[in-house]
Design a protein around this ligand. Structure first.
Ligand code: APR
Ligand code: PHB
Length: 389
């Protein structure tokens, strides 16, 4: 097979890139190691910045998002038994849209299928070759048969554990990483959300987050030690723990019900520099991870992909490589700012096992300062809705 751009991974990054390229007539093939059902079964965050909404509009997949997405003008912070609203819209004139990553993925998959573009699912032993030169090759096996895709460019959109970054010699990269000593235990339930907006709660027993997917489906999280096992958490234990970390008003109005998904996600900050190696370009989780506290993962993937799509179109259409040359540096500036914000919000809201009394007082003073200072609230709001693209 031959194509202009071989895309590794059919997560939101790979699918969005494919759609943006297809829209401008650039040939592409996606190679994904899992099945479509598996990809859609992963529950991830669901807060879209306006940059991401714009990207999905450009890709022609925003109709359902506009119909079903919930526009949120604010978020709430809860600590010391009180809730404090941060009015994002009043502070920075922008909002966020609540629409699950699963739905974004579903819409992108449907559009790709409708356009009749090749996606190879359940590809085994995917490997990347010769991306240092002008004729990169992707090889994989499917159903016991070996396949080869010759292409001009490879987009590594295969997530943190993917093969793309691992195909690059370690000496060519600089990796930056912080692993946090806790994870998020999350559940999804068909119960009405506890409040109209998201609640980020800091409590002596640990962080908690009340989020949602719709007016009838809630997503809740509690911070747990990294060693925790999901099997040890019955639904009742989860609801009790969540209730205990919320302010009394929220705790009282919390509607509980059976979980329809329950999992623990580790928290990590990670950046790989650079994001380009010859004709291989990394995008999304393949190049960087943020802890979920700021809900930046999907949004960063979308802004990488917008930049990469523009660069690939200029290169494939007009033989103009300037945007591709600038790709890595341009993305990394935005990524590091989102890394900083996600790390800061994580540090502010979570209980760290090694925190001494001074550290705890600093955290509390910062929360107190934040909710009392319009300048500090504006800084939070400007990052939460997304820095300019
Ligand atoms: N070969 C082919 N595909 C692979 C390989 C491989 N060796 N390894 C992984 N993949 C696939 C995965 O199965 C997955 O479908 O690549 C895809 C990567 O998707 P994501 O992990 O969702 O990453 P990305 O598309 O960058 O999306 C970023 O997802 O993880 C969240 O927080 C993150 O919200 C952000 C968004
Ligand atoms: C989610 O809904 O899953 C979610 C929302 C906001 C976050 C993280 C996750 O900051």
């Amino acid at each position: 097979m031959r194509t202009q751009v071989a895309i590794i991974g059919a997560g939101p990054a790979g699918l969005l890139l494919g759609q943006l390229l297809t829209k401008t007539g650039i040939d592409n093939i996606i190679v994904e190691q899992r099945s479509p059902e598996y990809v859609l079964g992963r529950i991830r965050a669901g807060i879209l910045e306006s940059v991401t909404v714009d990207a999905l509009e450009r890709a022609g997949v925003a109709a359902r998002l506009h119909e079903e997405g919930l526009v949120h003008d604010g978020i709430e912070l809860s600590f010391d038994s009180q809730r404090h609203r941060i009015d994002l819209h009043a502070l920075v004139g922008r909002s966020v849209t609540v629409y699950g990553q699963t739905e974004v993925t579903r819409d992108l998959m449907a559009a790709r299928q409708e356009a009749g573009i090749t996606t190879v699912y359940e590809a085994q032993d995917v490997s990347l070759h010769d991306f240092d030169g002008a004729r990169p090759v992707v090889r994989y096996r499917k159903g016991g048969v070996a396949h080869e895709i010759r292409c001009d460019y490879i987009a590594g959109c295969d997530g943190f554990h993917g093969v793309s970054r691992q195909s690059v010699p370690l000496t060519a990269t600089q990796l930056f990483e912080r692993v946090y000593p806790f994870g998020w235990l999350g559940i999804l339930s068909d119960t009405p959300p506890v409040a109209d907006e998201l609640i980020y709660a800091s409590h002596e027993r640990g962080f908690a987050l009340c989020s949602m997917r719709s007016r009838t489906r809630s997503r809740y999280y509690v911070q747990v030690p990294s060693s925790e096992r999901v099997e040890d958490w019955s639904d009742d234990r989860f609801w009790d723990e969540l209730r205990c970390r919320l302010d009394p008003q929220s705790a009282q109005s919390l509607v509980t019900g059976p979980s329809i998904e329950k999992s623990i996600a580790p928290l990590r900050s990670f950046v790989c520099e650079p994001m380009r190696f010859g004709n291989l370009f990394l995008a999304g989780d393949a190049a960087h991870i943020v802890p979920p506290t700021g809900a930046k993962g999907l949004n960063l993937a979308a802004s990488d992909v917008l930049t990469l799509a523009d660069g690939l179109v200029a290169a494939c259409r007009h033989d103009d490589k300037r945007e591709l040359d600038a790709y890595s540096a341009r993305c990394l500036r935005r990524i590091w700012k989102a890394e900083r914000f996600s790390w800061w919000l994580t540090s502010l809201m979570h209980r760290f096992p090694d925190a001494d009394p001074f550290a705890l007082r600093m955290q509390r003073a910062e929360l107190d300062y934040l909710v009392g200072s319009e300048a500090a609230c504006r800084a939070l709001a400007e990052n939460y809705v997304g820095l300019p693209y």
